[in-house]
Ligand binder design. Structure first.
Ligand code: ADP
Ligand code: MG
Length: 349
């Protein structure tokens, strides 16, 4: 197990695409760390550059304090689990798991014993003689993990390991992965484009956009205190409301002509801001009250245990989460009151 440090790590692909732009990141020994960002932001490139499968065009990678920037993948002692698992279809589960040990020239009997032990730990005990084609997606994923674990690497690099599973399997595999990482206490770098997955699994998250780190923090920090509007709108299971506002004389924020309380902010009168609040943090009513944005109900989406209501008014579109049993007829007027302590204000972005 080892810490991973990236110092001004850059990758420009031949042809000129800057996939990583001076990334600075320190992942602690034993940490479960998520790289989160939209498709094309550089997640896979970052993981492959740590593994040595891509050559950095600038900066350095250190693993366990050793500078490995110039080392080939085989000498970095990290295991990568790919999105498509990359299992050998003609080999049994046992041989797949033991493969890295064979490369390391571990003797046959010991190899089989290690493979069996690792398979057992991952609930694959009865499947050792099967081939990957005879397994479910979730089982294949466990075989890929077992293969990575069998050789006791210093760190695991997982590239969207759950994305090929169906929704239900995915939740189960997520819990399984978290339990496993807790037990092994092994450094894990986990790539995902799914913010819910990152929030649920990670000790800390780096949010990437266009090859750059936009914020690093615990799930609670990136959810509660997003550093910019990019992170604010990327994190969360409902779309963040981002509204144009202006600071009024009494410290409130004028949004669509309505003065809204926003807690302590110290911003000067007249300053233009983006007023951000999650749909979960607005109260909904049908009577006009101070500090509430009026709007016509134009869309109602069923979230299962709640409903996401879109109100169109002078502030633009505002979305608010409303209890499942509250009737919200289309075309009626509703009022959405932000909870001041949950309001985020952004300047100049
Ligand atoms: P992600 O995994 O976040 O979807 P990638 O790391 O795969 O992102 O890609 C980051 C950027 O680098 C994208 O613009 C992608 O098109 C580009 N890219 C990825 N691989 C290559 C490559 N081998 N050659 C050129 N450009 C690439
Ligand atoms: Mg990718």
């Amino acid at each position: 197990m080892a810490a991973i440090e990236l110092a001004a790590l850059s990758k420009v692909y031949p042809g000129g695409v800057t996939a990583l732009d001076a990334v600075d990141l320190t992942i602690a020994d034993g940490e479960f760390f998520a790289l989160l960002g939209p498709s094309g932001c550089g997640k896979t490139t970052l993981l492959r550059t740590i593994a040595g499968l891509e050559e950095a065009t600038g900066g350095a990678v250190r693993i366990g304090g050793d500078d490995v920037t110039a080392l080939p993948p085989g000498r970095r002692d990290v295991a990568m689990v790919f999105q498509d698992y990359a299992l050998f279809p003609h080999m049994s589960v046992s041989d797949n798991i033991a493969y890295p040990l064979r490369i390391k020239k571990v003797a046959g009997a010991e190899r089989r014993a290690k493979a069996a032990e690792t398979a057992e730990a991952l609930g694959l005990g009865g499947l050792l003689e099967r081939r990957p084609g005879q397994l479910s997606g979730g089982q294949q994923q466990r075989v890929a993990l077992a293969r990575a674990m069998a050789y006791r690497p210093r760190a695991f690099l997982l590239d969207e390991p759950l994305s090929n599973l169906d929704a239900r399997m995915r939740l189960e595999a997520r819990t399984f992965l978290k339990r496993l990482q807790r037990e092994l206490r092994v450094t894990c770098v986990f790539v995902t484009h799914d913010q819910a997955e990152a929030l649920a699994l990670a000790d800390r998250i780096a949010v990437l956009d266009d090859g750059r780190v936009r914020q690093i923090g615990t799930p609670a920090e990136v959810f509660r205190r997003p550093a910019n509007t990019f992170v604010a709108s990327f994190i969360g299971s409902t779309p963040m409301n981002l509204l144009d506002g202006v600071v009024t004389g009494d410290g409130r924020i004028g949004v669509g002509g309505v003065p809204l309380p926003a807690g302590e902010h110290g911003l000067p009168d007249g300053e233009r801001v983006t007023f951000a609040v999650r749909p979960e943090y607005l109260g909904y009513g049908t009577e006009p009250v101070a500090g509430a944005l009026p709007g016509r109900v134009t869309v109602v989406e069923n979230l299962g245990s709640a409903q996401l209501v879109t109100l169109d008014g002078d502030a633009g579109s505002v979305q608010v989460v409303v209890d499942e049993d509250v009737p919200v007829p289309l075309g009626t007027t509703g009022y959405a009151a932000p909870r001041p302590e949950r309001v985020l204000l952004y300047r100049g972005d």
